[in-house]
Design a protein around this ligand. Structure first.
Ligand code: ADP
Length: 445
């Protein structure tokens, strides 16, 4: 019943001609960040904790030993190379593992250790003497479900008696046989088929329900309602766990439908800032003028790498072809590439094989590339009405505390309209954007 992609956001499927602005698909971005797996995001930011159930104990742990896990699970954690719990894990794990079970809503950006935390909870709650599903984990897409399952398999590598099964497209079941695996990880449609339509397991016997990537889930058509239908079948005693990278009203309304009396843990997001960034604009006559500016800039990059942002795939492709013809080696990343192709492009760029990466808005926040020192807006970011998109500008140019290094942003302006957008951005951030004459390269260095 999961017939491929049905995202409501992400214009990528509609822009085959490359003429509309290219946008990021949340599920694909999330997968990309997961696979890039640069390890744990280090953050000094504070946790915000709200206790909706006054009876639930709240404490934090500084070591995995303090959790009193089964020795096989502890061994699995260490085998993954984890030494100490991450910030969110310190507080989440005692609650996740508490008896009686506690409900939880946890929000923190990708890479902060949420998946590892709930997978540990899933594994430690399984009673291997019972041969029926006890844990359900819902993911928004096939690929994300597989990622989570792989973490579970690794963490549970010394617990061979714990059985896991994927409920995703392509997985077939014998309709006359009840499912005996302890943990089911899958997409909402398939889970509904198996649990409700074919009744291959008893929803009432589920003791842990995990809703992962809840924000991506609500951005995917149909998933919201399917999740709620599954949730309605569960027993009141089932532990409800809800994870999201973002925390806005829509996500919280969804959370409230799924989770009663939760402990809410939020890790503040590291704010991007323009503080260490020198911002410039270059006046150009037209697209060819912009190209000349790019060539001058290219000639100046002696250290580090540059990313060039274009509004559409078509412009990105045009620019890449032109630069290639002029013997510059460039990488291109746009929405028409598969996740595997994007990974390959990013891998090459990160290893320095190309100095320049040309991209569209598909390359969004969360995919930081440390050695990038120059960001060029070939087109300034605008919304569907053509107004300045300051948030996207910040994601493109801004740096978080993790990458405290300084950088340069160059905006190419080819008329009154784009000049107005540039001014709007300058006013919004109250940070000057200076004029740059690319003929004298000294200004950039
Ligand atoms: P999230 O679900 O918030 O995106 P993950 O659980 O996937 O975060 O963790 C992000 C990365 O950090 C993964 O590569 C994971 O293996 C690693 N990781 C998670 N917890 C720890 C830990 N306690 N110590 C070291 N690495 C960890």
């Amino acid at each position: 019943s999961d017939n491929g992609k049905t995202y409501t956001t992400g214009l990528s499927s509609k822009t085959a001609d490359g003429n509309e602005g290219d946008t990021a698909d949340p599920a694909e971005t999330s997968l990309l960040i997961k696979i890039l797996g640069k390890g744990l995001v280090n953050t000094k930011l504070s946790l915000d904790i709200q206790q909706k159930n006054p009876n639930s104990p709240l404490h934090s742990v500084k070591t995995f030993e303090a959790l009193h896990l089964k020795p096989e699970l502890l061994k699995g954690i260490y085998a993954m190379g984890f030494n100490t719990p991450s910030k969110i894990q310190e507080t989440a794990l005692p609650t996740l593992l508490a008896d009686p079970p506690q409900n939880m809503i946890a929000q923190s950006q990708s890479g902060t250790g949420k998946t590892a935390a709930f997978v540990l909870a899933m594994l430690s709650r399984v009673n291997v003497n019972l041969n029926h599903p006890q844990v359900l984990c819902l993911s928004p897409t096939y690929e994300l479900a597989i990622q989570t399952g792989e973490v579970a398999a690794r963490m549970g590598q010394f617990c061979p008696e714990i059985k896991l099964r994927f409920a995703v497209r392509g997985e077939e079941v014998d309709r006359n046989k009840r499912i005996s695996e302890h943990i089911l990880i899958g997409t909402p449609g398939k889970m509904l088929d198996w649990g409700l339509k074919f009744r291959l397991f008893d929803m009432k016997k589920i003791t842990v329900f995990v809703l992962d990537e809840a924000d991506v889930m609500i951005a995917t058509q149909g998933h919201h309602d399917q999740c709620i239908r599954i949730h309605k079948m569960l027993s009141a005693q089932c532990q409800m766990l809800f994870f999201s990278a973002t925390y806005d009203k829509e996500v919280m309304d969804f959370a409230r439908l799924i989770v009663t009396e939760p402990t809410i843990i939020r890790l503040m997001r590291e704010e991007e800032s323009l503080d260490n960034i020198k911002q410039y604009y270059v006046k150009c006559q037209n697209e060819d003028g912009k190209y000349n500016a790019i060539q001058n800039i290219y000639g100046c990059i002696s250290i580090g790498q540059a990313i060039i942002f274009c509004h559409t795939r078509r412009t990105a492709a045009w620019l890449a072809a032109k630069m290639t013809t002029d013997c510059h080696s460039v990488a291109v990343l746009s929405g028409d590439l598969t996740v595997e192709q994007r990974l390959a492009v990013l891998d090459r760029f990160r290893s320095g094989l190309e100095k320049v990466l040309i991209t569209t808005n598909v390359l969004s926040r969360g995919i930081d590339i440390e050695q990038v020192t120059i960001v060029v807006n070939f087109d300034l970011p605008v919304d569907v009405r053509g107004n300045a998109d300051c948030e996207t500008y910040l994601h493109r140019i801004g740096r978080t505390g993790r990458f405290g290094k300084s950088g340069i942003a160059i905006n190419l302006i080819d008329g009154e309209k784009s000049m107005a957008v540039c001014k709007a951005i300058e006013n919004h951030f109250k940070k000057e954007i200076q004029i740059l004459n690319t003929d004298c390269a000294d200004d950039i260095e």
